[in-house]
Design a protein around this ligand. Structure first.
Ligand code: 8YV
Length: 317
């Protein structure tokens, strides 16, 4: 019996390819010179797409696969996929929640602590020989007793809250709606951005990128923060208006920024590179071997579940 056809968009690990190849005939988009022409000829036989949060899927590709049943996203964020257009075509979109909560949360904490304790400058102090020549590096700031504002208290936000609380930080949050007391774990709810930002010594952005959250950090909202606040982002670059944040960093309204994600990444706004208190990572929130393996397995389990039952618990549309 011939195996169903799957289009692979973006990269995949050896293990992923191995698992997928046991059940599917894989067509890797990366090996296809002219995807639109190829899809015009072969699109009707593709029933599954495996992609990731960065590459998503172009609407034109979706259109060219009339028998597509599932788009499985290797990642929790699926903003690069038009889920409404998929639903209108009867296509199920799935993602990989939960398995990356701890990894992304520890990245968020790493960014916060790096900003407070000036780790980047301190590492440079040792490497440049300044420690020997000039003595100790300047004193940094304590994260103890600082108020963390969590923007988006979902699965990852709640994990960040838990770790930050264990470090002696005070947790406030803004979400579309207030959480149950059990989920809040003592965190203070704010029903507006202005109210949350005005008490946040450090903001942790961990909400999805949607039409409503694009450029939430902008010229106006950056002024809501106390002077010298820290902003961190492990969610999506689209949530931040880079010019506004860079300007606020340059005039020390915002003391430091810890960023893992950027608009247009990997081509981030070069303004960040010049700022000594911008701690910048290359979108590695979930990028450990263990977590990426768990994500890859879940992305394939999602396809399998649909294949076997016609439904999937990690469906988002
Ligand atoms: C991945 C992510 O880098 O899960 C997400 O939403 O941003 C990351 O874990 C991304 O999905 C690309 O694979």
């Amino acid at each position: 019996m011939s195996m169903p056809d799957l289009l692979l968009i973006g990269g995949a690990t050896e293990e992923m390819l191995h698992r997928l190849s046991e059940k599917f005939t894989i067509h890797a988009l990366a090996d296809i010179a002219d995807p639109i022409a190829w899809l015009a000829e072969h699109g009707d036989k593709i029933s599954y797409v495996a992609t990731n949060g960065h590459d998503g899927i172009l609407p034109a590709y979706m259109e060219a696969m009339p028998n597509l049943k599932v788009i499985s996203c290797y990642g929790v964020g699926y903003d690069a996929i038009d889920t409404a257009a998929a639903a209108a075509r009867g296509i199920h979109v799935t993602h990989t929640p939960n398995v990356l909560n701890a990894e992304v949360a520890s990245t968020a904490l790493l960014l916060m602590l790096a900003c407070y304790r000036n780790f980047l400058a301190e590492d440079a102090h040792v490497r440049s020989g300044a420690w020997e020549r000039e003595g100790n590096a300047p004193l940094s700031r304590s994260a103890d007793n600082q108020t963390v504002g969590i923007l988006g208290m979902g699965r990852i936000g709640q994990k960040i809250a838990k770790i930050a609380k264990s470090l002696g930080m005070i947790i406030h949050y803004h979400n579309r709606s207030k959480l149950s007391e059990e989920k809040e774990q003592g965190a203070v709810y704010h029903d507006s951005l202005k109210s949350l930002f005005s008490v946040s010594d450090v903001l942790s952005i961990c909400c999805p990128a949607t039409k409503e959250t694009v450029n939430l950090i902008n010229k106006e909202t950056v002024e809501y923060f106390p002077k010298g606040a820290v902003i961190t982002n492990v969610a999506r670059g689209d949530i931040v208006d880079d010019e506004a944040l860079i300007d606020a960093l340059n005039r020390r309204k915002i003391y430091a920024a810890g960023l893992d994600v950027y608009k247009g990444e990997p081509n981030l706004n070069p303004g960040y590179l010049k700022i000594k208190t911008a701690f910048i990572l290359p979108h590695l929130g979930s990028a450990t071997k263990d977590t990426r393996t768990a994500m890859a397995n879940l992305a394939i389990d999602n396809i399998d579940e649909f294949f076997n039952t016609g439904n999937c618990r990690n469906k988002v549309n």
